[in-house]
Write a protein that binds this ligand. Sequence first.
Ligand code: HEM
Ligand code: NAG
Ligand code: NAG
Ligand code: NAG
Length: 330
Amino acid sequence: MGFKLFPNLIIPLLFLIPFSSPKPRAYGQLDYNFYDRSCPNLSMIVRYGVWAALRNDTRIAASLLRLQFHDCFVNGCDGSVLLDNTENFMGEKNALPNRNSARGFEVIENIKAYVERACPLIVSCVDILTLAAREAVFLSGGTPWPVGLGRRDGFTASENAANEKLPSPFEPLGNITAKFAANGLDLKDVVVLSGAHTIGYAQCFTFKNRLFDFKGTGKPDPLLDSSLRSNLQSTCPNVDGSNSNLAPLDSQTVYRFDNTYYKNLVNKMGLLESDQALMGNPRTAAMVYDYSMYPSLFSKDFAASMVKLGNIGILTGKDGEIRKKCGSVN
Ligand code: HEM
Ligand SMILES: *[C@@H]1O[C@H](CO)[C@@H](O)[C@H](O)[C@H]1NC(C)=O
Ligand SMILES: *[C@@H]1O[C@H](CO)[C@@H](O)[C@H](O)[C@H]1NC(C)=O
Ligand SMILES: *[C@@H]1O[C@H](CO)[C@@H](O)[C@H](O)[C@H]1NC(C)=O
């Protein structure tokens, strides 16, 4: 909790920095200037909304970033993760990777309400989520990336698809890579985007198997640093009652978006088995070493992979809709 997010003096200045992109106006079917005339204050509204949410809850930056990932991996970036259950479908909020775990829905809904007041029925929920994830990383000390706009919201969501498409921390690297590949993301994207685990928390049940009796050996996971393990054993005692207790994914700089995640992996201090597994493959381990040594390489590559993530399976033009509220289709 020790890390101070940003000195108070900087805060007013934050709202003056535009993320205008010098180069092309469009990325794929998206356009950096898409809402310039129809909703000129959009990026300020989103930035303010994320800033206010972060002031109340420091963890929210991590939660918003994860929410974009969980949206984009299931039926593409279409705001499906934001939808509540209806008569026609079971939404994604209840899927195993999201239930009692995905957070930040109210933040997106609040920002959307502000945006609706400024420019009704113009801006999609998925564009708001995409901008919010970028602001969350920026306000946590990370490097921002250009966000092309013009995505539209989908009409449906799928609990089953969320269960099938999202990676689990208990899967081997090959399975995780396959899930990324299904979305057009490669091995490098796996390593780079896993760096999002430089912020936020995980519940004990997502890594507790490493602490006591790892895979029936009767011993803890040898790939987990012993002093981190003792700390985790007190956060997550070996009883079911501890399953939802929280531990930081990056125990060194919990709220700071930096490259410490990779330094941790080098030091056997990855929290999830799937994190530490990046050291178990020569190609991914080489990348981990690079990112642990060169923070600006990580910033640059993370930005590029987030742009790729935000372009998965998007709806544009006349497809989809602009939702009035993010939790339901119009
Ligand atoms: C590579 C495969 C991945 C696996 C297996 C994985 C798994 C997990 C798990 C198990 C948690 C803890 C959930 C809980 O306690 O309920 C978590 C948290 C988180 N994940 Fe991932 N994740 C992966 C990739 C990603 C990617 C690509 C991103 C974003 C770009 C991301 C961002 C986050 C963030 C920020 C948190 C913390 C959320 C919070 O504190 O609210 N993860 N992840
Ligand atoms: C733009 O949005 C910010 C944040 O909500 C608000 O403080 C500001 O007054 C808005 N500016 C205009 C011109 O609407
Ligand atoms: C502040 O954050 C807590 C979660 O830590 C949340 O329950 C609450 O609704 C938030 N309050 C506001 C005003 O956003
Ligand atoms: C990995 O993928 C294979 C093939 O799809 C599957 O049979 C196996 O159950 C997966 N492993 C885990 C731990 O999910």
